[in-house]
Design a protein around this ligand. Structure first.
Ligand SMILES: [Zn+2]
Length: 471
C-alpha cells in the first residue's frame, strides 16, 4: 500500500515496523461538545484505513484518545455549573452515539488524558532533566530552540516562525522563545489540578498525545493520523517532545485528511454554517453521511451541501436495491441454470475484476472514491444479470451479492435498509391479488393493487412472484 506521508510530502510505500502488525494513533475529540462534520471526516477516514489494513491481513492496534481536560472544557463546565469530569462523561457518551451511528469501530484502546497523568508527568520530567524543557512561574515550557529538527513536519523554518510570532507579540515575559509551548500549566483558582514536581496543575494539550502514544503503543509507531489543521503546531510539537525525550523516531507515516467546506465556504461558527453530525443525522441517516464522506479522496477538500447529500443517499440506495433484489430473486427459488452458463461466468468475472480494482484503489493512498466506483461496476453487472431471463444461476447471483457486501463492509458502509417491515395487512392484500389474477379476475386484482398503493406500497410483478416495497 502507498500512503501520502506529510513528513516526506509524497506517497510512500507503507512498510510496518513489525511485519503483519500496524500501530496507529489518531487524535480524538476534545469532549466539550458534540463533534462536527469536519471531525467526522477524520473518524470515518481513519476507521476505513484500519478496516482496509485488517482486510489485507494485518493485525491493527488502533488507539484514539479523549482529550478530557483543557481551557474549553473548563469554560463550558463553568457555564453549565457542572464539573469538568461530568461534562466529559456526558460528551463521551454522546460521542459514541454519533460514532456508532457512523459505523466507526471502537478503537483497540481509548485512553483519556486525565487517566494518563502519571505518564505525562514522567515525560515532562525527562524533558526537564535533559534540558529540553524549563519551568516558569506559570508552567513548564518546551524549549524549541533545543530541537534542531523543529519544523520538519510542517516544513516551517524556526527563524521564520520566531519572526512571525514576535510580530504578533507572543513572547510571554518568561518564555525564552515565542514558539515555546506549555507542557504543564500551573493551577489557577477553581481549576481541576493534579500534583507534579512543579506544583499542582494540568497538562498542555500536545504532551497528552505524546504520553498516551508511548503508554499504549510504544516509542515508535507506524501511522499517526489527524486532520490537516493539526499538522502545526499540534503534531509538530508532539514530534519535538517525543523525539527529544526518547531519542528515537516517533512516527513513520503522518497521514492527514483535508477540510470540509459548506456550500463552498469554510465551515465556521461565525458564518453560521457549522454543522454537528447530530444536526445532519436529523435529515440524513448516518450511513448516508458516511457514504458522502467516502465519496471523495480523503486528502481532497469535500463540499457539504444538500445536493451532495441527496446524491450520496441515491448512491447508497442503488447499492442497497441491488443487494435487496439479488436476495429476493435467489430466495424466491431463483433460476434453475447451473453455475457455468456464460452469464454466470461473466458475473463471476465481473466480481473478481471489481474486487481487484477496489483493492488497487485503496492501496493507492486510500482512494475511497475509486473504490466506490468499482463497487458500482459490480452493481451494474449484477443488475443486468438479475434482469436477464433465467440466464444466471442463483449461486452466481448470491456470489455477486456476497462480493458487494464484502467490499462495502471494508468501507464500513452498512447495507441494511432503513425501511420498515411490510405490514401483514399489505401482505394479505398482495396474496389476495395473486389469487385474483390466477382466477383471471383482473378487475379485482387491479383494485387490490390500487388499494395497496393508497397505503404507500408498490407491487412489482417479477418472474419470481410479486415484490412489494414502500413507494
Ligand atoms: Zn493529538
Amino acid at each position: 500500500m502507498r500512503l501520502f506521508n506529510t513528513l516526506a510530502r509524497e506517497k510512500e510505500e507503507f512498510v510496518p515496523l513489525e511485519p503483519g502488525r500496524v500501530r496507529i494513533y489518531a487524535c480524538g475529540p476534545t469532549v466539550y461538545n458534540l463533534f462536527h462534520i469536519g471531525n467526522a471526516r477524520a473518524f470515518v477516514t481513519f476507521d476505513t484505513l484500519r478496516r482496509f489494513l485488517e482486510y489485507r491481513g494485518y493485525q491493527v492496534d488502533f488507539v484514539q484518545n479523549f482529550t478530557d481536560i483543557d481551557d474549553r472544557m473548563i469554560q463550558r463546565a463553568r457555564d453549565e455549573g457542572i464539573t469538568v469530569a461530568e461534562l466529559a462523561e456526558r460528551n463521551i457518551a454522546e460521542y459514541y452515539v454519533d460514532a456508532d451511528g457512523l459505523n466507526v469501530r471502537r478503537p483497540t484502546v481509548q485512553p483519556r488524558a486525565t487517566e494518563t497523568i502519571d505518564e505525562i508527568v514522567a515525560l515532562i520530567a525527562t524533558l526537564v532533566e535533559r534540558g529540553y524543557a524549563y519551568e516558569t512561574s506559570d508552567g513548564v515550557y518546551f524549549d524549541v530552540a533545543k530541537d534542531p529538527d523543529y519544523g520538519k513536519l510542517s516544513h516551517h523554518n524556526l527563524e521564520d516562525l520566531k519572526t512571525g510570532a514576535s510580530e504578533r507579540g507572543d513572547l510571554g515575559e518568561e518564555k525564552r522563545n515565542p514558539m515555546d509551548f506549555a507542557v504543564w500549566k500551573k493551577k489557577k483558582e477553581g481549576e481541576p489540578s493534579w500534583p507534579s514536581p512543579w506544583g499542582d496543575g494540568r497538562p498542555g494539550w500536545h504532551i497528552e498525545c505524546s504520553a498516551m502514544i508511548h503508554k499504549t503503543l510504544g516509542d515508535t509507531i507506524d501511522i499517526h493520523c489527524g486532520g490537516q489543521d493539526l499538522v502545526f503546531p499540534h503534531h509538530e510539537n508532539e514530534i519535538a517532545q517525543s523525539e527529544c525525550a526518547t531519542g528515537k523516531p516517533f512516527v513513520r507515516y503522518w497521514v492527514h485528511n483535508g477540510f470540509i467546506t459548506v456550500d463552498d465556504e469554510k465551515m465556521s461558527k461565525s458564518l453560521g454554517n457549522f454543522f454537528t453530525v447530530r444536526d445532519v443525522a436529523k435529515r440524513f441517516p448516518y450511513p448516508v453521511i458516511r457514504f458522502f464522506l467516502l465519496s471523495a479522496h480523503y486528502r481532497m477538500p469535500i463540499n457539504y451541501n444538500y445536493d451532495m447529500m441527496v446524491a450520496a443517499q441515491n448512491g447508497l440506495q442503488r447499492i442497497r436495491n441491488c443487494v435487496d433484489n439479488l436476495a429476493f430473486v435467489t430466495a424466491a427459488g431463483g433460476t434453475s441454470r447451473d453455475t457455468d452458463s456464460p452469464g454466470a461466468l461473466q458475473l463471476a468475472e465481473a466480481g473478481k475484476v471489481a474486487r481487484d480494482r477496489f483493492v488497487e484503489a485503496l492501496e493507492d493512498d486510500l482512494n475511497s472514491a475509486d473504490a466506490l466506483a468499482a463497487v458500482f461496476d459490480l452493481v451494474r453487472a449484477a443488475n443486468t444479470a438479475a434482469a436477464a431471463d433465467d440466464a444466471v444461476s442463483s449461486e452466481a447471483l448470491r456470489g455477486a451479492a456476497d462480493r458487494i457486501q464484502e467490499l462495502c463492509e471494508v468501507l464500513g458502509i452498512d447495507l441494511t435498509p432503513d425501511r420498515e417491515e411490510i405490514p401483514t395487512e399489505i401482505t394479505r392484500m398482495v396474496e389476495e391479488r395473486t389469487a385474483a389474477k390466477k382466477a383471471r379476475d383482473f378487475a379485482l386484482a387491479d383494485r387490490l393493487r390500487d388499494q395497496v398503493k393508497e397505503q404507500g406500497f408498490v407491487i412489482e410483478d417479477t418472474q419470481q412472484g410479486p415484490k412489494v416495497s414502500r413507494v
